[in-house]
Design a protein around this ligand. Structure first.
Ligand SMILES: O=C(O)CCC(=O)C(=O)O
Length: 330
């Protein structure tokens, strides 16, 4: 049986704005940036300090009895806790106060003030803590979209998903394993919207997901102080190896009007992509008027057009790759 290819994510040290913009960013590949100044948070953000400075502001958290959270089957519940109580619980393995069980796992993805409209911004929701965190100057201020707390219990694993904006994930404390998959492997990930149905990426069910082994795994272990550049559309799956505090910063790299205006999370498809997917659905509905052999034939013609007009990389093997490589992406 084919073995899944494993690649390590390259580590760059002492990266400044110019090196990032000229050498790393244009590659559109994940990269670890080590030693970029993140401000005093690296020294200050102990559990006690976070609880004290973060205060008792209410936060909505994910809670589950198992560390592997599954968004598609919803094996977790949302609960609300004061931030200081949440930090205390997330940092301990066994809890005296709990919602579901003594060893439940917690995850915070911070939100904006008006959850449906406003992206998260540490400076607005946690102004005292935001003072300790320096946003790396790797994009223009007007491209900024959101800054999001990512605080997880030890062992917490977040499902594989993509976002539509460029992203710097700062691991302030604790270590975290991150596995990434290229957007060109989308067809091997069994997508349901922006998430992969393959929950257990380490022991995948190959009866259900035989093509998963064809997706190359880009893997890394983030240390405190590391920044991970996750280009838009790269799938990522995270597992906290210790209790840890991270902040991720999304920024818009497409023209601002390309994005969905009602997207506080940074994961809704750009407007043109959403229109294209809707048009495809309309096309597929039209094919339903035809007998099966015609649907099959015109379905293949549609695939051929997509291959010729939209793809830069491989889809169905070497032949298709050669065809598409000669027609686009120079
Ligand atoms: O660090 C995490 O737990 C998840 C990070 C993530 O999904 C993101 O930065 O988009």
């Amino acid at each position: 049986m084919k073995q899944q290819e494993i690649k390590s994510v390259p580590i760059f040290t002492g990266v400044d704005r110019e090196t990032f913009l000229q050498e790393i960013y244009p590659e559109r590949r994940p990269a670890i940036l080590r030693g970029v100044p993140l401000g005093p948070c690296q020294q200050l953000w102990t559990t006690e300090y976070l609880a004290r400075r973060g205060g008792d502001k209410e936060v909505k958290i994910h809670v589950s009895t198992v560390p592997q959270m599954d968004f598609l089957r919803k094996n977790f519940v949302y609960r609300t806790l004061p931030f200081n109580e949440f930090v205390k619980r997330a940092s301990e393995k066994k809890h005296s106060d709990f919602f579901l069980c003594e060893e439940e796992s917690y995850y915070l993805r911070s939100l904006g003030e008006d959850v449906r409209k406003e992206p998260a911004d540490l400076r607005k929701q946690f102004p005292d803590l935001a003072e300790d965190f320096l946003i790396p100057p790797f994009f223009e201020p007007d491209q900024f979209f959101s800054s999001v707390f990512r605080i997880s219990s030890c062992g917490l694993q977040l499902w594989t998903h993509y976002d539509v904006m460029d992203n710097l994930l700062a691991q302030v404390s604790g270590t975290k394993r991150v596995v990434l998959f290229s957007p060109q492997d989308a067809l091997h990930l069994y997508l349901s919207g922006d998430k992969s149905e393959v929950l257990d990426i380490d022991r995948p069910d190959l009866q259900r997901f035989p093509d998963f082994v064809r997706a190359s795994r880009h893997e890394c272990e983030l240390q405190p102080g590391d920044l991970l550049f996750i280009p838009a559309l790269w799938f990522h799956n995270t597992r906290a190896l210790q209790f840890g505090v991270g902040v991720n910063v999304f920024w818009r790299h497409l023209p601002a009007n390309s994005y969905d205006r009602k997207d506080p999370y940074g994961n809704k498809d750009p407007q043109a992509a959403a229109r294209a997917l809707q048009a495809l659905d309309r096309g597929l509905r039209a094919l339903e008027e035809l007998p099966a052999d015609y649907r099959d034939f015109y379905g293949r013609r549609m695939i051929q057009r997509i291959q010729q007009r939209a793809l830069c990389g491989r889809l169905m093997g070497a032949e298709a790759q050669e065809e598409t490589a000669s027609s686009c992406c120079d």
